[in-house]
Design a protein around this ligand. Sequence first.
Ligand SMILES: Nc1ncnc2c1ncn2[C@@H]1O[C@H](COP(=O)(O)OP(=O)(O)OP(=O)(O)O)[C@@H](O)[C@H]1O
Ligand SMILES: [Mg+2]
Length: 259
Amino acid sequence: MIRVENLHFAYNGREVIKGVDLTFGEEILALVGPNGSGKTTLAKHFNGLLKPTRGRILVDGMDTREHTIAELSRKVGYVFQNPEHMFFEETVFREVAFGPKNLGVSEKEIEERVRWSLKAVGLEGFEERTPYSLSGGEKQRLAIACVLAMKPKYLILDEPTTGLDLKAEKRVVEVIRSLRRKGHGVMLITHDMDLVLELAERVVLLSGGRKVFDGPVEEFFKLDLERYGLEMPELLLLAERLGAGFVRSFEELTGRVKP
Ligand SMILES: Nc1ncnc2c1ncn2[C@@H]1O[C@H](COP(=O)(O)OP(=O)(O)OP(=O)(O)O)[C@@H](O)[C@H]1O
Ligand SMILES: [Mg+2]
């Protein structure tokens, strides 16, 4: 369980997280909110990249102020919003192997983890390429693979599907579902409300550095989302027009509406 207790955070004296309380466990939690609401800043606290100005964060009981990023990274994997500049190895294989190698995993298992992680994001065959030669979407998937290979309990994905084509997006959705089935917690930061409807079990909405909603997906979509710069999914608008109530997929809608 990750517990955020009365978190405040300021960049150079300007407070951008203003007292957030939150728990996060084995679930798919969507963290949403307008640009600049503090999502990325909050996310960077979970593996200790940022330390609270006030309040604290406990990761399975470990206070992030008292542990190094390396220690926390065993528990929490964070995939950056723009991962372009985080690669430093010469090949894709070595890039993905870097994390597990540092954990002291055996050569054989490193090999297995790298193959499995690259396959999960659809990058098999890219092992000997240099990370810098990858396209934007491929780099994003590589960043996810790097975190998967560490097998952290919790994964924080900061806009993982932005800029991905449909096929790549579906693959990422499948990865998230399968992690969830295996007992991991996935926090998904996104502006894509269709994705929230499809995947999330719970939604947390940030606005101006404060948590303004925390609850089930169905309740979330009753909010006036435009106020927060978010868009209602077409599927829900259609369901409402047809008097079908709350649905989470096209199949569910067609199942309810008799011709
Ligand atoms: N390194 C930094 N130095 C100073 N201010 C920063 C820094 N990073 C972010 N901020 C500011 O903190 C606030 C929150 O930014 P953050 O990146 O957490 O928002 P976000 O919710 O992730 O937005 P987006 O949807 O655009 O990704 C913004 O006002 C931003 O300008
Ligand atoms: Mg962000």
